[in-house]
Design a protein around this ligand. Structure first.
Ligand SMILES: [Fe+2]
Length: 260
């Protein structure tokens, strides 16, 4: 089973680039499932209904989220009904939406979980316990992806090692900068600290760099807007054993337009 996991999609440039790259890639790479982190897909913060539909039309089948899940308030109108959207599972009980979803791929079921780290982010419930509980509730599923949306690599590595041999992949998102540590952990768990992002390459995390630098220098409140210019596409292609769900390959998939 081949799964393409796309890193944080930032704003309209990110959504458009996902469409363009998938148009080229899908016939050639033929993934069985396409998952993407979409918490920045609408103007860099949150996910509108229109942005979600645009990504589904482009070929993305499941959208994972993170700390910006609620930034587009209209998400409260559709998150409960759309089984393709997965927000962090370690929000308190009663939070709208769902922290995992199950999708059928051929003869197999794939469990997709989203959790959020707690270092330099909201202090949610324990992400490790959240994953443990979801796994315990789905003992029959062997193909399991965990999107670990977190700020620090140590916490992501913690998630990777804690579930090495127990899930198919632990994939880091949120920092928008791809890391060079893609590997298969013992027991067949694909791991990377951060997949990277899709969107403007010459901004800072996809936002206009002048605005971000102004805030860093002055510490004053500053409006952030999605940058323009050349774009990058960061994803990983996973290959999982059809029967056992163990990862046999993780490969970074990067495209970028030249900087001007
Ligand atoms: Fe994030």
């Amino acid at each position: 089973m081949k799964i393409l996991f796309i890193g944080d999609i930032v704003g309209e440039p990110g959504r458009r680039y996902v469409g363009e790259i998938l148009d080229q890639m899908l016939p050639e790479m033929q993934p069985d499932l396409v998952v993407a982190n979409a918490e920045n897909a609408t103007r860099g913060r949150g996910l509108s209904r229109r942005s979600a539909e645009e990504l589904y039309d482009a070929g993305v089948e499941i959208l994972t989220m993170g700390n910006h899940t609620w930034d587009q308030r209209q998400i409260f109108e559709f998150i409960d009904d759309d089984m393709r959207i997965v927000r962090p599972a370690n929000y308190p009980q009663g939070t709208p939406g769902r922290g995992f979803t199950v999708v059928r791929v051929g003869k197999q079921e794939v469990l997709i979980i989203n959790v959020m780290g707690r270092t330099f982010l909201s202090t949610l419930d324990c992400p490790f316990e959240a994953v443990e509980k979801i796994l315990a509730d789905h003992p029959q599923i062997r193909h399991v992806l965990v999107d670990m949306h977190a700020e620090v690599t140590s916490e992501k590595l913690g998630m990777g090692w804690a579930f090495a041999g127990k899930v198919s992949a632990v994939l880091g998102t949120h920092t928008h900068v791809p890391t060079a540590d893609a590997r298969i952990l013992p027991g067949g768990t694909a791991y990377i600290s951060d997949v990277g992002m899709v969107g403007p390459h010459d901004g800072i995390l996809g936002m206009k760099r002048e605005q971000v630098i102004r805030r860093m220098r002055t510490q004053l409140p500053t409006k952030f807007e999605v940058a323009d210019g050349p774009r990058q596409f960061c994803a990983v292609m996973l290959e999982l054993d059809d029967e056992s769900g163990k990862a046999v390959r993780i490969e970074q998939v990067h495209y970028e337009e030249p900087s001007t």
